[in-house]
Design a protein around this ligand. Structure first.
Ligand SMILES: Cc1cc2nc3c(=O)[nH]c(=O)nc-3n(C[C@H](O)[C@H](O)[C@H](O)COP(=O)(O)O)c2cc1C
Length: 329
């Protein structure tokens, strides 16, 4: 499959998640088979200035490809300037955030608030297109609320303005992340446009990825929360789709520990140990989900300050798993 001129191998992409999908996690998920990845959302205004924090969010120089840089904002002119700047940073494409529900973003007319104004969505896509040759994708929701479920109208407007693919998260802005995603709406968008459609919402394993593809006819799925502490999900989805429904087991504790350590090493390189270990607390908590003694280990994860703390924790996690194996004979 292609998005614009970019060849995409695989049918499951990593969703953009602010505070989660930094360069370290994107690389890890790409290595486990994510078809492409997307940066955390980057302000179309801030990227034009060389703020250090924004530059780090937008840096794709160490990424596996393809990687899309996601911009959020409300003004087509800003998007045009931002696209020029973004293109210099080495992404394969630019994604436009039309789905973020948080008041700080939507309250300023950005993210999901753009869906209230389909001509503006089109103007933003057109402005980005005018300023870069990179393919432009949009990430939309089902609509603003139950009374305004206009994903089809917005998708058509964006396609006409030159969007190379449309990703649809099947919830309205009012649903935030609650309730279930409306996969019928994703199917409606798929039937309404001719560019690739990426379905998003509630993919938590290989089987749900396959169900979403079957239900909607969409070209790919995008995985968000199902990938938290679970980069293996991409390997599992790929095996299931490519190899007649093979269900790969989850990772054993040894692999899990190796991956946690690699992830945290990369995070330290990227952000320095002090900041990385604070961010590690949530990641490690997610990784330990479902393991023996997880509740107590997760409490310890919440207090991580150094790589040494992490190593001590991982040693105890490993020992607990071995004890369990021995008990099971
Ligand atoms: C912690 C978190 C951060 C998110 N940040 C972004 C973001 O920066 N840009 C964006 O388009 N969507 C963002 N999303 C939405 C996800 O990309 C995705 O659309 C949503 O979680 C639904 O997919 P899922 O059911 O697979 O989680 C975020 C979601 C979460 C949970």
């Amino acid at each position: 499959m292609k998005i614009g001129s970019i060849e995409i191998t695989g049918r499951a992409a990593l969703a953009p998640m602010a505070g989660v999908t930094d360069a370290a996690y994107r690389r890890l998920c790409a290595d486990f088979g994510a078809a492409y990845t997307v940066t955390e959302m980057v302000s179309a205004k801030a990227i034009q200035y060389n703020y250090q924090k924004t530059a780090q969010l937008a840096d794709t120089s160490g990424d596996r490809h393809p990687v899309f840089l996601q911009l959020f904002g409300s003004d087509p002119f800003d998007f045009g300037l931002a696209a020029r700047k973004a293109a210099e940073l080495g992404p394969d494409g630019i994604d436009i955030n039309m789905g973020c529900p948080v008041p700080k973003v939507a309250g300023n007319g950005a993210g999901s608030a753009l869906m209230k104004d389909p001509p503006k969505c089109a103007a933003i896509v057109a402005a980005v297109k005018r300023n870069t040759d990179l393919p432009v994708t949009v990430k939309i929701r089902a609509g603003w609320d139950e009374e305004h479920r206009n994903a089809v109208e917005v998708a058509r407007a964006c396609e006409e303005a030159g969007a190379a693919a449309i990703c649809v998260h099947g919830r309205t802005r009012n649903q935030m992340y609650m309730g279930s995603a409306d996969w019928d709406m994703i199917g409606e968008v798929k039937r309404a446009v001719s560019v690739p459609v990426i379905g998003n919402g509630d993919v938590v394993d290989a089987q749900s990825a396959c169900k979403l593809l079957d239900h909607t006819g969409c070209d790919m799925v995008m995985v968000g929360r199902g990938a938290l502490g679970n980069p293996w999900i991409f390997r599992q989805i790929n095996a299931y789709l490519q190899d007649s429904c093979t269900i790969l087991p989850g990772p054993g504790v040894a692999e899990r520990i190796l991956v946690i350590r690699r992830h945290m090493d990369e995070l330290c390189r990227l952000k320095g140990e002090h900041r990385a270990m604070r961010e590690a607390r949530k990641h490690v908590g997610w990784y330990l989900h479902g393991l023996r003694g997880a509740a107590a280990f997760r409490r310890r994860a919440g207090e991580l300050s150094t790589l040494e703390d992490l190593d001590l924790l991982l040693r105890d996690v490993y020992m607990a798993a071995r004890e369990e194996q021995e008990e099971d004979g």
